[in-house]
Design a protein. Sequence first.
Length: 229
Amino acid sequence: MTVALQIAAAVVFTAALYAGCTWLRGRLGLSLAHPVLLSVVAGCILFSLLPPAWLDGYVAGSAPIRWMLGPATAVLALPFFRKRAVLAGHPVPVLAGVVAGVVSTVAAAWTVGSLLGLPREMLGSAALKSVTLPVALGLSELAKLDDGMTTLCVFVAGLTGSAVGPSLLTLIGVRAPLARGLALGTLSHAIGTARALEEDPLAGAAGVVALTLAALLMALATIVWVAAS
């Protein structure tokens, strides 16, 4: 199979799988059945039933998709600029909320991981779990972590936060759209922000600002950590 055909097949398969899982989620009506989660599960099952060469071909053909994560990082500046009024109108709660969320999630991941005796690479990947994937993979490479483990941690954080985050926030009495958006965007990045947008436009805007600021804070923290190592 030629390289061009591998790329075309990988792109079509990925798009079709995601579209199909999005349709299935709509039919099921379950917030836990996120298209990303369904796509990962369906893909794993499918490739486990096929010869290993099929997976190798998909990995090779999907290289352009992975490359696009780089430009996707830069594009984060656009929604942040468009929603800058949220930061300008509520600077103290936005900054305080994002900083508190980033510090608490990293501290929790590091503490639990240390108690479990996890190696440095896994601790680093777990600390990046609440950073949007394009940034997390870049930071993972900078810190010489395992990209697969980082991706898994990011997906788990996003899918878990999207599925149970809104109900948990309601349970503890957090009902203000700004606060809900900040929480979901900080802890569950783009997946959580998409969930926040389903609730309220202000929550979605807050989520965009939060995930961007969280990524910036984690980038600075990772640079310091690498320099100190």
